[in-house]
Design a protein around this ligand. Structure first.
Ligand SMILES: [Zn+2]
Length: 63
C-alpha cells in the first residue's frame, strides 16, 4: 500500500496549514495610540512612526 516514506514533522505540518490563515484571514490590527490609524500590533505605526508612546521612526526627516 502507498504510505508516506517519512513522518511529516509538526513544524512542517503547521507551516503548511499557516498558509491558509495568512491568505484568507485579514491581518490583525490595533489602533495607534498617537494618530488612531489601524496598524499592525507590536510594530511602529506606519502613519506617524510612533510605538509605545514615543516616536521611533522619524517620518518628518524623510519627507
Ligand atoms: Zn500612528
Amino acid at each position: 500500500m502507498a504510505n508516506p516514506k517519512a513522518k511529516m514533522s509538526k513544524s512542517r505540518r503547521d507551516k503548511r496549514r499557516a498558509q491558509f490563515n495568512a491568505r484568507t484571514k485579514p491581518a490583525t490590527t490595533v489602533l495607534c495610540a498617537n494618530c488612531g490609524e489601524p496598524t499592525l500590533p507590536h510594530r511602529a505605526c506606519r502613519h506617524c512612526g510612533h510605538y509605545r508612546g514615543r516616536c521611533v521612526v522619524n517620518k518628518l526627516a524623510k519627507s
